[in-house]
Design a protein around this ligand. Structure first.
Ligand SMILES: Cc1cc2nc3c(=O)[nH]c(=O)nc-3n(C[C@H](O)[C@H](O)[C@H](O)COP(=O)(O)O)c2cc1C
Length: 328
């Protein structure tokens, strides 16, 4: 039997098709999604500087232990996790992961976690003078106390952004939850109150039950669903936001396992795509997907040129305002 040729992610790949997100140049439209990249584990597989950006694990003002185990369970097409934003805290991040990633030449998106506006403000203030390229405010984690309360309420999000905006000149991304009836009013609060981009989607609330015991598998009972199952919903949400905000930068994520999946997001109007769960199966997935997308963009010069200029597919075409929801 012929063995399948292994993808070698350690090669010094360079990409001709980059993107620009809120003024920040990414070498490829592909980055890593927060919480699914670990520097020590992943740098064995590839150099983080070759891809578009590395969005790092959410950091909080002090170390967080995360939720009790079991914290992950399989689903037919992805995982459900309730890690609960375990992290060693922003001071450790500033001394360790961030300088190491920057020394390797990576473009870094620092993901910010908090239980309250005070928490978010403390972390953003500490990152303001750092070498982080962009900040991503996670108002959409379904697995921690108050994790989505701001991200589901446009008024609360506006209040938080008004507090954070004066603290930093860095491009600020708001990470959106899919666990709302309509994502557009939340995106509007981000657009109107000083955010520089939105990223979506974070995970959908879900749970699994062990049929031998009749008990939930996760100690937290519910968790966040990610992976291929969520991809079509993520594409619809990206498209819907793009139909409303034609220019505003969008970073898409949710079930991207191939270059084709990423391309779908770009045709929905995203400026960049992040890879999460695929890297839990194959740590080198972000580089493989970046290579696949590079080939697809070679064949699509119009899309490649739009991305390189910080533009998006919807805006260069006359297909604005065509989003429709199924009416029952
Ligand atoms: C194990 C795990 C940990 C995550 N941690 C974070 C996090 O710290 N901050 C965040 O904003 N999103 C976090 N996420 C959400 C991902 O960044 C991403 O939005 C989501 O998984 C959808 O993308 P995917 O289907 O490609 O995984 C996490 C997801 C997983 C699976």
């Amino acid at each position: 039997m012929e063995l399948m040729e292994m993808f070698d992610a350690t090669k010094p790949y360079t990409f001709t098709h980059g993107t620009v997100v809120a003024g920040v140049e990414w070498k490829s439209p592909i980055g890593t999604a927060a919480g699914t990249y670990n520097l020590d584990a992943c740098s064995v597989y590839y150099n983080p500087a070759v891809i578009g950006a590395v969005s790092t694990k959410g950091v909080s003002p002090v170390p967080w232990e995360g939720n009790p185990a079991p914290r992950t369970a399989e689903t037919p097409a992805g995982t459900v996790n309730s890690v609960g934003l375990q992290n060693p805290g922003v001071d450790h991040y500033l001394e360790d992961d961030l300088p190491r990633l920057k020394a390797m030449g990576a473009t870094v998106v620092s993901n910010v976690a908090g239980h309250s506006d005070d928490d978010f403000a403390e972390v953003v203030a500490k990152l303001a003078d750092s070498d982080a390229d962009m900040l991503e405010i996670n108002v959409s984690c379904p697995n921690v106390k108050s994790g989505t309360s701001v991200g589901k309420d446009p008024v609360a999000l506006a209040k938080l952004l008004k507090r954070l905006r004066p603290l930093t000149d860095k491009p600020m991304i708001i990470k959106l939850t899919p666990n709302v009836d309509d994502v557009v009013p939340i995106a509007r609060a981000a657009v109107d109150n000083g955010a520089d981009a939105v990223s979506l989607i974070n995970t959908f609330v879900g749970m699994r039950i062990d049929t031998r015991t009749g008990r939930p598998i996760l100690a937290n009972i519910t968790g966040g669903v990610s992976g291929p199952a969520v991809h079509p919903m993520a594409v619809a949400m990206v498209y819907k936001i793009r139909q409303t905000f034609h220019d505003f930068p969008i970073i898409a994520m949710g079930g991207t396992f191939t270059g084709e999946d990423a391309l779908e997001f770009l045709y929905a109007g995203a400026n960049a795509v992040e890879v999460g769960s695929a890297a839990l199966v194959d740590p080198a997935a972000p580089v493989r997907i970046a290579c696949e997308l590079e080939d697809l963009l070679d064949e699509r010069p119009e899309l490649a040129a739009a991305l390189a200029e910080g533009n998006n597919w919807i805006n260069i075409h006359d297909n604005k305002g065509e989003y429709r929801e199924c009416i029952n």
